[in-house]
Design a binder for this molecule. Structure first.
Ligand code: COA
Length: 150
């Protein structure tokens, strides 16, 4: 598996990006502001993430996703670790991300990759998304913020 930056003339993997965030509007805004990276296996895009500069020396990892049939095989962890290395090599000092209060496996993954919980954006999802989101039988209301020093 190879992880590389998406070329300017390539179409972003919209289906995959929407797995991580149901709002097309938000995904398109992230793509305009950030850089998209893809994981490829046998010429097929099976994973992606977007790195977004948010403040001086700080990037946010958004829209990380792995094709459903390839999930649970360590690819997500490789993508997170790759994002950390890319951010470090570009001179950033902090990498941040946010996930839903209901995203139990994502919270496990990010903490296994060295991220620490720094805060909670209360009602982020109820305010910014029109449809109700449920995962693991829990309503996704709040955004858990996590961060890791580089
Ligand atoms: N308790 C403890 N650890 C858990 C866990 C749980 N309930 N659920 C998952 N994990 C761990 C796994 O054990 C693994 O760690 P390990 O390698 O130390 O065993 C790690 O989390 C992640 O596994 P991995 O196989 O690398 O993840 P993945 O390839 O399935 O990718 C996502 C993870 C989130 C990118 C993928 O599931 C996905 O695309 N989901 C839909 C989109 C999405 O939710 N994106 C994130 C938005 S915030």
């Amino acid at each position: 598996m190879l992880i590389r930056k998406l070329n300017i003339d390539e179409r972003p993997p919209m289906g995959l990006l929407l797995l991580a965030d149901p709002s097309r509007k938000i995904v398109e805004e992230y793509l305009q502001r950030g850089q998209c990276f893809v994981a490829e296996s046998n010429d097929q895009v099976i994973g992606c993430y977007v790195l977004l500069e948010t403040r001086p020396e700080t990037v946010e990892l958004v829209n990380i996703a792995v094709e459903e049939i390839f999930q649970g095989k360590g690819i997500g962890k490789k993508l997170v670790m790759n994002a950390i290395e890319v951010a470090k090599s570009k001179g950033y000092k902090t990498i941040e991300l946010g996930t839903g209060n209901s995203s139990i496996s994502q919270l496990a993954l990010y903490q296994k990759c060295g991220f620490r919980i720094t805060g909670v954006d209360i009602d982020f999802f109820t305010k910014h998304y029109t449809q109700d989101i449920f995962e693991n039988g829990i309503q996704c209301r709040d955004m858990i913020r996590l961060s890791r020093y580089l």
